[in-house]
Design a protein around this ligand. Sequence first.
Ligand code: G3I
Length: 302
Amino acid sequence: AGSLGAAAAQSGRYFGTAVAAGRLGDSTYSTILDREFNMITPENEMKWDTTEPSRGNFNFGPGDQIVNHAAAHGQKMRGHTLVWHNQLPGWVSGLSASDLQSAMDNHITQEMTHFKGKIYAWDVVNEAFADGGSGQHRSSPFQDKLGNGFIEHAFRTARSVDPSAKLCYNDYNIENWTDAKTQGVYNMVKDFKARSVPIDCVGFQSHFGAGGPPSSFQTTLTNFAALGVDVQLTELDIAQASSSAYASTVNACVHVTRCAGITVWGIRDSDSWRTGENPLLFDNNGNPKAAYTSVLNALNAA
Ligand code: G3I
C-alpha cells in the first residue's frame, strides 16, 4: 500500500499521528494528515488545562475541532489524557484529598461523556510511574493525596462512564524490559488483570534517542501482551529519524500480534516538540524523509 495508514491496515493495525487543532488550517499539514494517517491523538486539546481550566467549567471546543476533522476523514481517535500531573491547572493541585477525588471523578465523567462513542482508546492515566530505579509511582497531587489506589480508581470510573472505549495506561521510558520503571508498570498491569481492574491497553510513548529502541523492545511488548492487554506505540519520535531506528521500531510492533498500532508525535519536523532534533517522518516542507520509506516498507512487509 502507498500510505502509512493503508499499509498498517493490511495487518489489521492503524498508523496515527498527534495533531494540533491550530495547524488544521495549514493545507500542507492537513493534506499529509488525511493522505497518510488513520488515527489521531490530540497533542494538547484533551488535556485537563484545556478541557477544565477552572472547576466545573468545561471547554471541549479544541478537542471537538479535531474529532470533527477525524470524523470527516474516516480517522479514529485516541483520547489523551484524563489524569496526568502535567498540564494540570493550579486549582486541581490546591484541593483537599476528598475534593480532589470528586474533581477527578467528575473530570473523567464529563470528558468521557462528552466524547462518548468517538474515542477508540483513552489514555486514562499518563506517566504515573517515577523515573529511575524505584519502580514506584511518582509524586503528584493524585499520588500524594489519594495514594496508590488512584490509578485503579480512575480506570474503574472510566469503565463505568464509557464501557466501549479501550482504557490504556500510557508512559515513557518503559520500552526497555529490565528497567525498574518498566517492571513497575508491568507489575501493576499484572495485578490489575489478576483482580479484574478494567484495563485494555498499555501505551509505550517511544520517545527515542538517535539509537532508536532498546534491543529488548519487542520482548517488552510481547511480555505485556501476554498479560492480556493490547500494546500500542503512542508518541513515537526518534532523534535524527534514522531509517534503521524507525524500521526496528516498526518491526518490534508488527512482530507482536497484540500490537494494535503506532502513532508518531507529529507530522513534520517543524511540528515536533523536540525542536532541532528532526525526529519525524516528514521534513519542514512536508516532504517524506528516508525514514518514511523505511516505515512504509516495514509496514508493507508485515
Ligand atoms: O497554548 C499556549 C499558548 O497560549 C502560549 O502562548 C504558549 C507560550 O509558551 O504556550 C502554549 O502552550 C504550550 C502547549 O504545548 C501548546 O502549544 C505549552 O507552553 C507547552 O508546554 C506545551 O507543550 C506540550 C507538552 O506536551 C507539555 O507537557 C507539547 O506540545 C506536547 O507535544 C507534549 O506532549 C507530551 C505528551 O502529552 C505526553 N508525553 C510526553 C509528550 C512530550 O512532552
